[in-house]
Design a protein around this ligand. Structure first.
Ligand SMILES: [Zn+2]
Length: 376
C-alpha cells in the first residue's frame, strides 16, 4: 500500500499560535487514514479551511502507525488523527489499530470515520478508546469533531467554561528561559485551552549573553507557547527581594489581573530565583492562587503537590520554546532535550498521563468546589 503525501502546506512552527478559545483547527497537524485519495483530498481541503496547518494522508494501518510514531518532517507531532474504519478488515482489526495507536501516542486523540456508523462499530471504536465516531461523507462535521477533541485534550476538565470568557495566568521568571523550562508545557496547554497567559521576565539575561539577542529569543519562545511577554531590566545576578522588585511584579499583576500566578520556588540555589520568589509572594498577596514551578537549580526540598498533565503536543511546544533560546543551548546542561523530556516523563508518574509538569501550590483562596481541582 502506498502512502499519500502531505495534503497541505504545513507550517510546523506555528503550532498553537492563534488557536481560538475553546478549539478550532488553527495550526493543527492532523494525520488522516483514508481509503480513497479523492475522499482524502476532500477531507483535507475542509480541515485546512478550518485552519489545519498539515493534513497528512495514509491509506493503510501500517502507514498510519508508522506516521504516528514518526511524523514526516517538518511535522514534529500530531494534534489528532482520523481513521477510516473501512481500512480495518473487521471490528477486531479496528480495535487493534486503535490500541496500537494509543500505546505509542496516548495523548493524541483518534476520530473514527465510517460510511454508516453502526452500534457494533461504536463498540469496537469504544474498545479502542477512539475519541469519537463520525460519518465519513461529512467532512464539515468531521472538522468540528476534530476541533472539539483537540480542545478537550488541551483541557479535559473544561475550565475555560467556568464563567468567564478567558482565565488569566501570569508566569514570573528571573531570566529569559526560566519560565519555559519550569512551566512551558503548562503554558502551552493553557493557551490552547483559551487562557490568556503573560510571561514576566525580570531581566534581559545580560549575565548569559548579548541582551538584544536574548530579548529576541525570549519573544520567539513566548510566541511558540502562545503567550505574551513582558520584559523588565533588573540586574542579572544581583536581584534583591526589595520594594523595587515587588513593585515590578505588582505592576504586572495590576495589568494582567491574573487568576493564577506561577513563579520560582523558595527551594532554589539561585539567589535571583529566590529573590523573585519572595517579591512575587508579596506582590501576589491578593491573587487567588500562587504556585511554584521547578527550575533546574531547584533543591531536593522542592516539594510539588500538583501535577499538570501534558500532551505530546505540549511537550513538543515546550521543547520548541526552549530551543528558541539558541544562544544558551550549547553552554547549559539543563537545556538538553533528552533531559527535559525524561523529566516530564518522570513527573508523569504522578498524573494519569505520560508527561507532566510539577507545581508546588503556595496558596489558594478560592472556595473549595468553586473551581475544579486542577490548580494550574
Ligand atoms: Zn534563571
Amino acid at each position: 500500500m502506498s502512502e499519500m503525501s502531505d495534503l497541505g502546506e504545513g507550517d510546523p512552527d506555528r503550532h498553537g499560535i492563534g488557536a481560538e478559545a475553546g478549539g478550532g483547527l488553527v495550526g493543527a497537524h492532523v494525520l488522516l487514514g483514508e481509503r480513497e485519495p479523492d475522499a482524502a483530498r476532500r477531507i483535507a481541503r475542509v480541515l485546512r479551511a478550518h485552519g489545519a496547518a498539515t493534513v497528512y494522508a495514509v491509506d493503510s494501518p501500517a502507514g498510519f502507525l508508522r506516521a504516528g510514531a514518526d511524523p514526516p518532517p517538518p511535522v514534529r507531532f500530531w494534534d489528532a488523527a482520523v481513521w477510516d474504519a473501512g481500512l480495518s478488515e473487521d471490528d477486531a482489526a479496528l480495535t487493534e489499530v486503535l490500541g496500537r495507536w494509543r500505546a505509542q501516542r496516548p495523548g493524541v486523540p483518534v476520530v473514527v470515520t465510517d460510511d454508516a456508523p453502526s452500534a457494533r462499530l461504536a463498540v469496537a471504536a469504544l474498545r479502542g478508546r477512539a475519541a469519537d465516531l463520525v460519518e465519513r461523507a461529512d467532512p464539515e462535521g468531521l472538522a468540528g469533531v476534530v476541533a472539539r477533541v483537540i480542545a478537550e485534550r488541551a483541557d479535559p476538565l473544561g475550565v475555560e467554561g467556568a464563567g468567564r470568557s478567558a482565565l488569566r495566568m501570569l508566569v514570573v521568571g528571573a531570566h529569559p528561559d526560566d519560565v519555559e523550562i519550569g512551566a512551558g508545557g503548562t503554558i502551552h496547554r493553557r493557551t490552547r485551552g483559551g487562557w490568556d497567559v503573560t510571561v514576566l521576565t525580570m531581566s534581559r539575561g545580560g549575565g548569559g549573553g548579548d541582551p538584544a539577542r536574548r530579548r529576541k529569543e525570549a519573544h520567539r519562545a513566548a510566541e511558540v507557547l502562545g503567550a505574551r511577554l513582558l520584559m523588565e531590566d533588573l540586574p542579572d545576578g544581583s536581584m534583591a527581594d526589595d520594594r523595587a522588585t515587588v513593585q515590578v511584579v505588582e505592576r504586572a499583576v495590576a495589568e494582567v489581573e491574573p487568576d493564577v500566578v506561577f513563579v520560582h520556588s523558595e527551594s532554589d540555589t539561585h539567589q535571583d530565583h529566590r529573590a523573585v520568589h519572595r517579591a512575587t509572594l508579596v506582590a501576589c498577596r491578593k491573587v487567588a492562587r500562587l504556585a511554584c514551578y521547578q527550575s533546574p537549580s531547584a533543591t531536593v526540598s522542592y516539594r510539588p503537590n500538583r501535577f499538570v498533565e501534558l500532551s505530546e503536543a505540549d511537550v513538543e511546544a515546550k521543547l520548541a520554546a526552549i530551543a528558541a533560546h539558541r544562544s544558551q543551548a550549547s553552554s547549559r546542561w539543563y537545556l538538553d532535550e533528552d533531559l527535559l523530556r525524561s523529566t516530564a516523563r518522570y513527573w508523569g508518574r504522578f498524573s494519569q498521563t505520560r508527561y507532566a509538569e510539577p507545581l508546588e501550590l503556595v496558596h489558594d483562596s478560592t472556595p473549595l468546589g468553586y473551581y475544579h481541582a486542577d490548580y494550574s
